[in-house]
Design a protein around this ligand. Sequence first.
Ligand SMILES: C[S@@+](CC[C@H](N)C(=O)[O-])C[C@H]1O[C@@H](n2cnc3c(N)ncnc32)[C@H](O)[C@@H]1O
Length: 287
Amino acid sequence: MRSEDSTNSEKTLEKNKLQYDALYSSTSGAKMIKVLQRFEAFLDDTTQTDTSWKGFYLNDFRKQLKGKRVLEMGCGDCLNAAIMTMLGAEVVANDISDEPGRIIAELNASGVLPKPITYVFGDFLQYDTKEEASFDFVVGKAFLHHLTLDLERQFLEKTARLLKPGGQARFFEPAINSLWLDKLRFMIPVSGRPSSLQRKAFKAWEEADPHPDRPNSSEHYQQVGLQYFSKVDIYCIGAIQKFHRLLPSGSFDRKFRRLAFRLERYLPKYINDTFARSQLIVLSKAS
Ligand SMILES: C[S@@+](CC[C@H](N)C(=O)[O-])C[C@H]1O[C@@H](n2cnc3c(N)ncnc32)[C@H](O)[C@@H]1O
Protein backbone atom coordinates (compact mmCIF):
# COMPACT_ATOMS: atom_id res chain seq x y z
CA MET A 1 0.00 0.00 0.00
CA ARG A 2 1.27 3.51 -0.85
CA SER A 3 1.93 5.97 1.98
CA GLU A 4 -0.05 9.22 2.21
CA ASP A 5 3.22 11.10 1.51
CA SER A 6 3.87 9.30 -1.77
CA THR A 7 0.23 9.68 -2.93
CA ASN A 8 0.41 13.45 -2.22
CA SER A 9 3.73 13.67 -4.05
CA GLU A 10 2.32 11.88 -7.10
CA LYS A 11 -0.72 14.18 -7.20
CA THR A 12 1.53 17.26 -6.93
CA LEU A 13 3.76 15.97 -9.75
CA GLU A 14 0.72 15.36 -11.99
CA LYS A 15 -0.65 18.87 -11.34
CA ASN A 16 2.77 20.41 -12.06
CA LYS A 17 3.20 18.49 -15.29
CA LEU A 18 -0.29 19.44 -16.49
CA GLN A 19 0.13 23.12 -15.66
CA TYR A 20 3.66 23.54 -17.05
CA ASP A 21 3.13 21.48 -20.23
CA ALA A 22 0.30 23.92 -21.01
CA LEU A 23 2.25 27.03 -19.92
CA TYR A 24 5.37 26.30 -21.98
CA SER A 25 3.63 24.82 -25.02
CA SER A 26 3.76 28.24 -26.72
CA THR A 27 7.33 29.09 -25.62
CA SER A 28 9.65 29.25 -28.58
CA GLY A 29 13.41 28.73 -28.36
CA ALA A 30 13.77 30.69 -31.58
CA LYS A 31 12.16 33.77 -29.95
CA MET A 32 14.59 33.54 -27.03
CA ILE A 33 17.58 33.93 -29.32
CA LYS A 34 17.16 37.73 -29.52
CA VAL A 35 17.45 37.87 -25.70
CA LEU A 36 20.49 35.60 -25.77
CA GLN A 37 22.25 37.76 -28.38
CA ARG A 38 22.19 40.62 -25.84
CA PHE A 39 22.18 38.54 -22.67
CA GLU A 40 24.61 40.80 -20.74
CA ALA A 41 22.28 43.81 -21.19
CA PHE A 42 19.28 41.61 -20.36
CA LEU A 43 20.92 40.48 -17.11
CA ASP A 44 22.05 44.03 -16.20
CA ASP A 45 18.45 45.16 -16.42
CA THR A 46 16.55 42.19 -15.02
CA THR A 47 18.82 41.72 -12.00
CA GLN A 48 17.89 45.28 -10.96
CA THR A 49 14.16 45.08 -11.53
CA ASP A 50 12.89 41.48 -11.21
CA THR A 51 12.95 39.63 -7.89
CA SER A 52 13.63 36.17 -9.29
CA TRP A 53 16.59 37.24 -11.44
CA LYS A 54 17.99 39.57 -8.78
CA GLY A 55 17.70 36.84 -6.15
CA PHE A 56 19.10 34.05 -8.27
CA TYR A 57 22.15 36.03 -9.40
CA LEU A 58 22.78 37.65 -5.98
CA ASN A 59 26.40 38.03 -4.82
CA ASP A 60 27.83 38.11 -8.38
CA PHE A 61 26.79 34.56 -9.26
CA ARG A 62 27.18 35.43 -12.94
CA LYS A 63 30.95 35.76 -12.41
CA GLN A 64 31.18 32.31 -10.79
CA LEU A 65 29.83 30.24 -13.70
CA LYS A 66 32.62 30.18 -16.28
CA GLY A 67 33.97 26.65 -16.77
CA LYS A 68 31.63 25.20 -14.13
CA ARG A 69 29.33 22.18 -14.44
CA VAL A 70 25.78 23.12 -13.42
CA LEU A 71 22.56 21.14 -12.98
CA GLU A 72 19.35 23.20 -13.10
CA MET A 73 16.26 21.55 -11.65
CA GLY A 74 12.81 22.69 -12.81
CA CYS A 75 14.33 24.57 -15.76
CA GLY A 76 10.88 25.56 -17.13
CA ASP A 77 11.14 27.89 -20.13
CA CYS A 78 14.95 27.24 -20.18
CA LEU A 79 15.92 30.92 -20.39
CA ASN A 80 18.04 30.68 -17.24
CA ALA A 81 19.70 27.45 -18.43
CA ALA A 82 20.56 29.24 -21.71
CA ILE A 83 21.89 32.34 -19.90
CA MET A 84 24.13 30.23 -17.64
CA THR A 85 25.46 28.54 -20.80
CA MET A 86 26.16 31.96 -22.34
CA LEU A 87 28.05 32.82 -19.13
CA GLY A 88 30.38 29.90 -19.79
CA ALA A 89 28.86 27.02 -17.79
CA GLU A 90 28.26 23.47 -18.98
CA VAL A 91 24.56 23.06 -18.19
CA VAL A 92 22.42 19.98 -17.59
CA ALA A 93 18.74 20.94 -17.30
CA ASN A 94 15.94 18.87 -15.78
CA ASP A 95 12.14 19.15 -15.64
CA ILE A 96 9.07 16.93 -15.49
CA SER A 97 7.49 18.82 -18.40
CA ASP A 98 8.07 17.63 -21.98
CA GLU A 99 8.23 21.20 -23.31
CA PRO A 100 11.75 22.15 -22.08
CA GLY A 101 13.14 19.25 -24.17
CA ARG A 102 11.64 20.79 -27.31
CA ILE A 103 12.83 24.32 -26.39
CA ILE A 104 16.38 23.11 -25.66
CA ALA A 105 16.50 21.21 -28.97
CA GLU A 106 15.61 24.51 -30.74
CA LEU A 107 18.23 26.44 -28.77
CA ASN A 108 20.93 23.82 -29.39
CA ALA A 109 20.18 23.85 -33.15
CA SER A 110 20.27 27.67 -33.35
CA GLY A 111 24.05 27.96 -33.05
CA VAL A 112 23.73 30.82 -30.54
CA LEU A 113 24.90 28.82 -27.51
CA PRO A 114 28.65 28.33 -27.01
CA LYS A 115 27.94 24.69 -26.10
CA PRO A 116 24.78 22.57 -26.11
CA ILE A 117 22.55 22.17 -23.05
CA THR A 118 21.83 18.56 -22.03
CA TYR A 119 18.18 17.92 -21.15
CA VAL A 120 17.25 15.23 -18.62
CA PHE A 121 13.51 14.65 -18.70
CA GLY A 122 11.50 13.38 -15.73
CA ASP A 123 12.28 12.02 -12.35
CA PHE A 124 15.58 13.51 -11.33
CA LEU A 125 15.70 11.22 -8.28
CA GLN A 126 16.52 8.34 -10.65
CA TYR A 127 19.36 10.38 -12.19
CA ASP A 128 22.47 8.35 -12.93
CA THR A 129 24.56 7.56 -9.86
CA LYS A 130 27.68 7.78 -12.08
CA GLU A 131 27.06 11.54 -12.01
CA GLU A 132 27.59 11.71 -8.25
CA ALA A 133 30.12 14.33 -7.06
CA SER A 134 30.32 15.77 -10.59
CA PHE A 135 28.55 19.16 -10.38
CA ASP A 136 30.01 22.46 -9.11
CA PHE A 137 26.50 23.90 -8.73
CA VAL A 138 22.99 22.47 -8.49
CA VAL A 139 20.44 25.26 -8.90
CA GLY A 140 16.71 25.91 -9.06
CA LYS A 141 14.71 29.07 -9.71
CA ALA A 142 11.22 28.84 -8.17
CA PHE A 143 11.54 25.06 -7.90
CA LEU A 144 11.78 23.66 -4.34
CA HIS A 145 8.44 25.09 -3.22
CA HIS A 146 6.77 22.91 -5.89
CA LEU A 147 7.84 19.76 -4.02
CA THR A 148 6.03 18.10 -1.13
CA LEU A 149 8.16 17.99 2.03
CA ASP A 150 8.76 14.29 1.43
CA LEU A 151 10.07 14.93 -2.11
CA GLU A 152 12.07 17.96 -0.98
CA ARG A 153 14.03 15.83 1.51
CA GLN A 154 14.78 13.26 -1.24
CA PHE A 155 15.83 15.99 -3.68
CA LEU A 156 18.14 17.70 -1.19
CA GLU A 157 19.75 14.42 -0.23
CA LYS A 158 20.33 13.65 -3.94
CA THR A 159 21.58 17.20 -4.57
CA ALA A 160 24.22 16.85 -1.84
CA ARG A 161 25.40 13.60 -3.46
CA LEU A 162 25.57 15.08 -6.97
CA LEU A 163 27.70 18.04 -5.87
CA LYS A 164 31.49 17.93 -5.83
CA PRO A 165 33.11 18.48 -2.41
CA GLY A 166 33.01 22.25 -1.85
CA GLY A 167 30.11 22.56 -4.34
CA GLN A 168 27.04 24.71 -3.78
CA ALA A 169 23.30 24.43 -4.27
CA ARG A 170 21.41 27.65 -4.93
CA PHE A 171 17.63 27.91 -4.81
CA PHE A 172 15.54 31.01 -5.34
CA GLU A 173 12.17 30.52 -3.59
CA PRO A 174 9.25 32.48 -2.12
CA ALA A 175 9.70 33.61 1.50
CA ILE A 176 6.75 33.27 3.84
CA ASN A 177 8.08 34.47 7.16
CA SER A 178 4.86 35.93 8.54
CA LEU A 179 1.71 33.81 8.48
CA TRP A 180 -0.61 36.76 9.09
CA LEU A 181 0.87 38.68 6.16
CA ASP A 182 0.39 35.59 4.03
CA LYS A 183 -3.27 35.34 5.13
CA LEU A 184 -3.73 39.01 4.24
CA ARG A 185 -2.08 38.48 0.83
CA PHE A 186 -4.53 35.73 -0.06
CA MET A 187 -7.46 38.00 0.81
CA ILE A 188 -6.44 40.35 -2.00
CA PRO A 189 -7.51 38.88 -5.35
CA VAL A 190 -4.98 38.92 -8.22
CA SER A 191 -5.33 38.00 -11.86
CA GLY A 192 -6.02 34.24 -12.03
CA ARG A 193 -6.56 33.86 -8.26
CA PRO A 194 -9.75 34.82 -6.36
CA SER A 195 -9.72 36.23 -2.82
CA SER A 196 -9.68 33.67 0.00
CA LEU A 197 -12.88 35.41 1.16
CA GLN A 198 -14.64 34.04 -1.97
CA ARG A 199 -14.70 30.60 -0.37
CA LYS A 200 -16.02 28.42 -3.23
CA ALA A 201 -13.95 30.01 -5.99
CA PHE A 202 -10.84 29.98 -3.78
CA LYS A 203 -11.26 26.27 -2.97
CA ALA A 204 -11.53 25.44 -6.69
CA TRP A 205 -8.40 27.51 -7.37
CA GLU A 206 -6.53 25.74 -4.53
CA GLU A 207 -7.41 22.31 -5.92
CA ALA A 208 -5.88 23.11 -9.33
CA ASP A 209 -2.88 24.99 -7.89
CA PRO A 210 0.41 23.09 -8.47
CA HIS A 211 1.96 24.34 -5.21
CA PRO A 212 1.64 21.86 -2.33
CA ASP A 213 0.49 23.18 1.03
CA ARG A 214 3.84 23.41 2.86
CA PRO A 215 6.04 25.86 4.79
CA ASN A 216 8.27 28.22 2.81
CA SER A 217 9.77 30.13 5.73
CA SER A 218 13.48 30.86 5.95
CA GLU A 219 13.51 28.85 9.16
CA HIS A 220 12.17 25.79 7.32
CA TYR A 221 14.84 26.02 4.58
CA GLN A 222 17.52 26.56 7.20
CA GLN A 223 16.48 23.45 9.12
CA VAL A 224 16.03 21.11 6.17
CA GLY A 225 19.22 22.41 4.52
CA LEU A 226 21.33 21.67 7.57
CA GLN A 227 20.26 18.01 7.43
CA TYR A 228 22.26 17.51 4.20
CA PHE A 229 24.73 20.43 3.97
CA SER A 230 27.44 21.84 6.19
CA LYS A 231 26.35 25.48 5.78
CA VAL A 232 23.14 27.31 4.87
CA ASP A 233 23.00 31.02 3.95
CA ILE A 234 19.68 32.75 3.34
CA TYR A 235 19.16 36.16 1.74
CA CYS A 236 15.65 37.65 1.88
CA ILE A 237 14.63 40.14 -0.81
CA GLY A 238 11.59 42.00 -2.14
CA ALA A 239 10.28 43.59 1.10
CA ILE A 240 9.79 46.96 -0.63
CA GLN A 241 10.02 45.93 -4.30
CA LYS A 242 6.85 43.81 -3.98
CA PHE A 243 4.73 46.97 -3.70
CA HIS A 244 5.39 47.67 -7.38
CA ARG A 245 2.33 45.50 -8.00
CA LEU A 246 0.20 48.41 -6.81
CA LEU A 247 1.54 50.59 -9.66
CA PRO A 248 0.48 50.54 -13.29
CA SER A 249 3.26 48.92 -15.34
CA GLY A 250 5.48 51.35 -17.21
CA SER A 251 8.61 53.40 -16.73
CA PHE A 252 7.62 54.69 -13.26
CA ASP A 253 7.08 51.11 -12.09
CA ARG A 254 10.55 50.15 -13.35
CA LYS A 255 12.15 53.15 -11.60
CA PHE A 256 10.33 52.21 -8.39
CA ARG A 257 11.61 48.61 -8.55
CA ARG A 258 15.24 49.72 -8.95
CA LEU A 259 14.95 52.22 -6.12
CA ALA A 260 13.13 49.70 -3.89
CA PHE A 261 15.95 47.14 -4.19
CA ARG A 262 18.47 49.84 -3.26
CA LEU A 263 16.42 50.95 -0.23
CA GLU A 264 15.91 47.39 1.02
CA ARG A 265 19.61 47.23 1.87
CA TYR A 266 19.02 49.77 4.65
CA LEU A 267 16.10 47.95 6.31
CA PRO A 268 16.78 46.32 9.69
CA LYS A 269 17.21 42.56 9.15
CA TYR A 270 14.09 41.60 11.13
CA ILE A 271 11.85 43.92 9.08
CA ASN A 272 13.46 42.85 5.82
CA ASP A 273 13.05 39.13 6.57
CA THR A 274 9.45 39.50 7.80
CA PHE A 275 8.23 41.48 4.80
CA ALA A 276 10.39 39.85 2.10
CA ARG A 277 8.58 38.21 -0.76
CA SER A 278 11.43 35.92 -1.80
CA GLN A 279 14.67 34.38 -0.65
CA LEU A 280 17.87 32.94 -2.03
CA ILE A 281 18.99 29.79 -0.22
CA VAL A 282 22.65 28.84 -0.64
CA LEU A 283 23.58 25.38 0.60
CA SER A 284 27.30 24.58 0.80
CA LYS A 285 28.80 21.09 0.79
CA ALA A 286 31.94 20.65 2.89
CA SER A 287 35.21 20.51 0.89
C1 LIG B 1 7.58 28.02 -11.29
S1 LIG B 1 8.27 27.02 -12.54
C2 LIG B 1 9.87 27.75 -12.65
C3 LIG B 1 10.50 27.57 -14.00
C4 LIG B 1 11.85 28.25 -14.21
N1 LIG B 1 12.84 27.76 -13.30
C5 LIG B 1 11.72 29.76 -14.09
O1 LIG B 1 12.38 30.36 -13.24
O2 LIG B 1 10.95 30.36 -14.85
C6 LIG B 1 8.56 25.47 -11.73
C7 LIG B 1 9.13 24.40 -12.67
O3 LIG B 1 9.44 23.24 -11.88
C8 LIG B 1 9.05 22.09 -12.60
N2 LIG B 1 8.85 21.00 -11.65
C9 LIG B 1 7.91 20.85 -10.71
N3 LIG B 1 8.09 19.71 -10.01
C10 LIG B 1 9.19 19.11 -10.53
C11 LIG B 1 9.91 17.90 -10.25
N4 LIG B 1 9.52 17.10 -9.29
N5 LIG B 1 11.00 17.62 -10.99
C12 LIG B 1 11.43 18.46 -11.97
N6 LIG B 1 10.79 19.61 -12.29
C13 LIG B 1 9.69 19.94 -11.58
C14 LIG B 1 7.77 22.52 -13.33
O4 LIG B 1 7.46 21.68 -14.42
C15 LIG B 1 8.16 23.95 -13.74
O5 LIG B 1 8.80 23.96 -14.99
